[in-house]
Design a protein around this ligand. Structure first.
Ligand SMILES: Nc1ncnc2c1ncn2[C@@H]1O[C@H](COP(=O)(O)OP(=O)(O)OP(=O)(O)O)[C@@H](O)[C@H]1O
Ligand SMILES: [Mg+2]
Length: 398
């Protein structure tokens, strides 16, 4: 029996029309706000485990004893109850061993809260990329990393190719890859883009935070397709192999951007230099370089040249062996474009912009920060922004 956070009956006991409509669409567990408050000790800051573009995340113990990650969505994402529940229903029905499980939600008054399965080993950004694998004692050996890469690829292939309508994640990055107690990876936050109102994409509000993962055609022109996720996955793959973030400004010029560095080493046939030295040489060099090449394949500038996620899975597992014969073209990089935005007033001549930002001819800050939800040709479930102002010039072959 579901708990309920809203009144299901009129004062006379008869369900209202709205109540009837709502009960017809509820398939998820509905938590009372009171239970969520109790679970988090009244949202005690000590129980806060993170803060992202959608709101704050707390660790809490539910009444049934389960430990949960409780995501309190920020004010901007407060949709009506019906719209919210419709989207949550879709998310809750999607289950795969490499996706985080949604327990349920709370929609009392204007609270919009999601309750997820709590993952014991946190996210990749807090562990592997934070150097925490030394501090926390977690040993990310090569086998573990390889399992994480394949697991994430499988989860994404499932969202892209098996779920109908397909789901484009739009925010694949290290903080959205959680690890259970056996270090099996779980993709978090899939479908959440759909909960954001059209005039506020979560990405555009925090471009600086996630820019390193954004496919150029998405960041610059607002084109959201599955290939934008493939690009982000490629960046993530290289981060996992190298144990470094896609951007590190403490490094000397030329070394700061992982993709740039990877391309440079690839051209010199020295990709192995990018593999994490923390592995102390204990890894399969051929396999690690293959992974890095797959990362480069995924981050190619032209989205059509990037493989589908099911192909990525086969390339990673070795079921497809043709990586060596594949022509890999230069990655799409938007670091230079971001420098222009972040540094602001420094004007650059158009020719210089074009040259430095790898082929982007139509850079405008409007494009970069506008609401960018568009559907790909496969009827994908990617964004609530149906009236988006994005430039929708998607090729039907992407
Ligand atoms: N189910 C979960 N189990 C354990 N920790 C979680 C869970 N969900 C989130 N976290 C932790 O909370 C942090 C913040 O997550 P949140 O999703 O709010 O932000 P983010 O991933 O950094 O950005 P985004 O809003 O783009 O997803 C994560 O980095 C992770 O460490
Ligand atoms: Mg997240």
């Amino acid at each position: 029996m579901w708990g309920s956070c809203f009144s299901c009956h009129k004062s006379g006991g008869e369900p209202s029309q709205v109540d009837r409509e709502i009960s017809a669409i509820i398939k998820v567990k509905i938590y009372k706000y009171k239970e969520i408050r109790q679970a988090t000790d009244d949202f005690d800051p000590l129980n806060k485990i993170g803060e992202g573009g959608f709101g704050s995340v707390y660790k809490g113990r539910l009444k049934d004893g389960n430990i949960a990650a409780i995501k309190v969505l920020s004010a901007e994402s407060r949709q009506g109850v019906k719209e919210f529940l419709t989207e949550i229903n879709v998310i809750s029905e999607i289950q795969h061993e490499n996706l985080v499980k949604l327990y349920g939600c709370c929609v009392e008054r204007d609270h919009r809260i999601l309750v997820y399965n709590y993952l014991e080993n946190s996210s990749l950004d807090m562990t592997l990329l934070a150097g925490g694998y030394i501090k926390s004692g977690i040993q990310f050996d090569w086998r573990t990393r390889s399992r994480i890469c394949v697991g994430v690829a499988k989860g994404l292939a499932f969202l892209h190719e098996e779920v109908r309508p397909h789901i484009i994640h739009r925010d694949i990055k290290a903080s959205n890859i959680l690890l259970d107690r056996d270090f099996s990876p779980k993709i978090a936050d899939f479908g959440l883009a759909k909960l954001m109102p059209p005039n506020m994409t979560h990405v555009s509000t925090r471009v600086a935070g996630t820019i390193g993962y954004l496919a150029p055609e998405y960041a610059v022109r607002g084109q959201v397709t599955r290939k934008a996720d493939v690009y982000s996955f490629g960046v993530l793959l290289m981060e996992i192999v190298s144990a470094r973030s896609n951007k590190n400004t403490r490094l000397p010029q030329g070394y700061q951007y992982l993709l740039e560095r990877a391309w440079d080493l690839y051209e010199r046939n020295e990709l192995v230099d990018l593999v994490d030295t923390g592995l102390n040489g204990v890894f399969d060099g051929e396999e690690a370089c293959r992974y890095l090449k797959i990362g480069l394949l995924c981050t190619q500038d032209n989205p059509k040249l990037r493989p589908s996620m099911s192909t990525v899975v086969k390339l990673l597992t070795g079921e497809k062996k043709d990586i060596e014969s594949r022509n890999i073209t230069r990655p799409g990089l938007i670091s230079d474009f971001m420098d222009l935005k972040v540094k602001g007033p420094v004007e650059k001549k158009p020719e210089e912009v074009n040259r430095r930002s790898n082929y982007y001819t139509n850079l405008s800050s409007d494009n970069a920060s506008s609401s960018t939800g568009t559907r790909d040709n496969s009827n994908a479930y990617s964004s609530g922004a149906s009236s988006s102002t994005a430039v929708s010039t998607l090729s039907s072959t992407i």
